[in-house]
Ligand binder design. Structure first.
Ligand SMILES: Cc1cc2nc3c(=O)[nH]c(=O)nc-3n(C[C@H](O)[C@H](O)[C@H](O)COP(=O)(O)O)c2cc1C
Length: 196
């Protein structure tokens, strides 16, 4: 049984990305995996203060709710991250988490201490996002951010679900096919983890 960490990045508890992520979680659980769910808006996490207290050990020195999340990231085999598009990137809640994970970037690239041993043992990641508009480039910025964020976490972005034209809370419910895709993506993530 793999350990998967599901991170809810929207300020809306029952928003579009949250409902999608819930379905992905159900898919992974149905596939037999254990999923820990973290709702970023419920946590007290300071933004990165750029003091590089992490330079010695690769662990952030700011004592807040990030500490537990850091341990959860290191001990999981798969990560599901869901964030709405806010100004062509992730939500502020998600961005704060990303920046605090600079400690993992430091651990990997300055201290050369891989949190996972080799490529085969790399974590596998699913990213879910939703935006209100329909532009071709809507997800360009966020995908670049998430790819580099996942790299710091030794996580391969193996699955993405990106949906345009959804704005109001509940809009996703008009698209049961998207929710079904999320369920399947959760199962697929589990399968991908098991294959390695
Ligand atoms: C602060 C803010 C910024 C936003 N920026 C964008 C944007 O750049 N492009 C876009 O298409 N939608 C944008 N939206 C709309 C959200 O992406 C959209 O409402 C989405 O469905 C919210 O997902 P959620 O329900 O999971 O929070 C923005 C919404 C807010 C509140």
């Amino acid at each position: 049984m793999a350990n998967i960490l599901a991170i809810y990045g929207s300020p809306r508890r029952r928003g579009n990305t949250s409902l999608l992520l819930q379905r992905a979680v159900q898919g992974a659980m149905e596939a037999g995996d254990h999923v820990d769910e973290v709702i970023l808006r419920d946590l007290k996490i300071s933004p990165c203060l750029e003091i590089y207290g992490c330079k010695k050990t690769g662990r952030c020195v700011i004592q807040d709710d990030f500490q537990k999340l850091y341990d959860q990231i290191l001990s999981c085999e798969g990560i599901m991250l869901a964030s709405p598009i806010f100004f062509y990137t992730v939500s502020a809640h998600t961005k704060i988490l990303m920046d605090r994970c600079q400690s993992l970037w430091v651990k990997k690239y300055w201290l050369e201490e891989k949190s996972h041993k080799n490529k085969e043992q790399e974590r596998k990641g699913l990213f879910i996002s939703v935006g209100a508009t329909g532009g071709k480039k809507l997800f360009d910025g966020v995908l670049l951010s998430v790819r580099y964020f996942f790299d710091a976490l030794d996580t391969k972005l193996s699955h993405t679900l990106l949906y345009r034209g959804l704005d109001f809370e509940g809009d996703i419910l008009k698209h049961p096919e998207y929710l079904e895709e999320a369920y399947v993506a959760g199962m697929e993530l589990s399968r991908t983890i098991r294959q390695t």
